[in-house]
Design a protein around this ligand. Structure first.
Ligand SMILES: C[S@@+](CC[C@H](N)C(=O)[O-])C[C@H]1O[C@@H](n2cnc3c(N)ncnc32)[C@H](O)[C@@H]1O
Length: 264
């Protein structure tokens, strides 16, 4: 993993990132999608880039056997402390898991930190090898347009350094934080919505579906108010379920979840 990505995660923050606002919405929607994507369990789940176990913990609570692989030793230690979760340091491009050992593999992080396409294909291939024939791979990517939308929604575009970064991201998908603001994230690749399906296919997987994770609702100024009320949260979740598969919305969603299957 590149130095600046390590440095970014070493500052901490992953354990609390999904606790409020757009992060909470990302969690609720990713969880909702996973619950409808994973087959009935108990399953053996490999969570690559699983960080501190934000999904591994709840999945283990449901009775699944979850193994986290992440390059950050600090993340691995936190994940391994969760009941029912095992964890090891490793890289998505060079998984050492046995072949066909898992019912499902999650790639919720590695693909957007791998700027070179060949590296992303290696990560997809590793997942395709570790999952059993017929098993699912679920992968998160960040939208090519997330920086533009974030820049407007949070006012970052007033900074000319951010504006320069954005130009490059829009043109190439490569995101490099040339400033000092941690909210501007770290080195990443921001996918066009049609790219993840093509990458999965190149790695030998059968594409199943892509779905908007947050949809455009992550930009809502009153998002915390919605999430504070169970009725409004449920309404937002129901509406997103209705439109998550609509390709015309995908680019406005901060994250896209792509599901693929290893051929039986
Ligand atoms: C933004 S966090 C996402 C964590 C969690 N899976 C989630 O969806 O909230 C990205 C994670 O990917 C991990 N990561 C970065 N590069 C990776 C790589 N090459 N292989 C595996 N994991 C990687 C980071 O250490 C970090 O834990």
């Amino acid at each position: 993993m590149q130095y600046e990505i390590e440095d970014y995660y070493r500052q901490g923050g992953e354990s609390g990132r999904l606790s409020d606002g757009a992060g909470r919405w990302e969690f609720l929607r990713t969880w909702d999608l996973l619950q409808r994507t994973l087959p009935a369990g108990p399953l053996a789940v490999l969570d690559v880039g699983g960080a501190t176990g934000v999904y591994a913990g709840p999945l283990a609570s449901q009775g699944h056997r979850v193994h986290v692989v992440d390059p950050m030793p600090e993340h691995v230690a936190a994940a391994a402390a969760l009941p029912g979760v095992t964890a090891a340091v490793g890289d998505a491009r060079a998984l050492t898991e046995p072949d066909a050992a898992y019912d499902a593999v999650l790639l919720l992080g590695p693909l957007y930190h791998l700027v070179a396409r060949a590296d992303r294909i290696a990560a997809w291939r590793g997942a395709a090898r570790a999952v059993r024939p017929g098993g699912v791979v679920a992968a998160a990517t960040i939208s090519r347009f997330a920086s533009l939308l974030d820049g407007y929604a949070r006012g970052y575009l007033a900074d000319e350094v951010f504006a320069r970064m954005l130009e490059r991201t829009l043109a190439t998908g490569e995101h490099r934080n040339l400033g000092t603001d941690r909210h501007w994230f770290t080195t990443a690749y921001f996918h066009r919505p049609d790219e993840p399906a093509a990458e999965a296919a190149e790695a030998g997987l059968d594409f199943v579906r892509s779905a908007a994770v947050e949809g455009p609702l992550w930009m809502l100024p009153a998002l915390d108010e919605v999430l504070a009320e169970p009725g409004r949260t449920e309404q937002a979740l129901a509406l997103m379920r209705q439109v998550e598969g609509e390709p015309h919305l995908w680019g406005a969603s901060s994250h896209l979840l792509t599901v693929a299957r290893r051929p039986a």
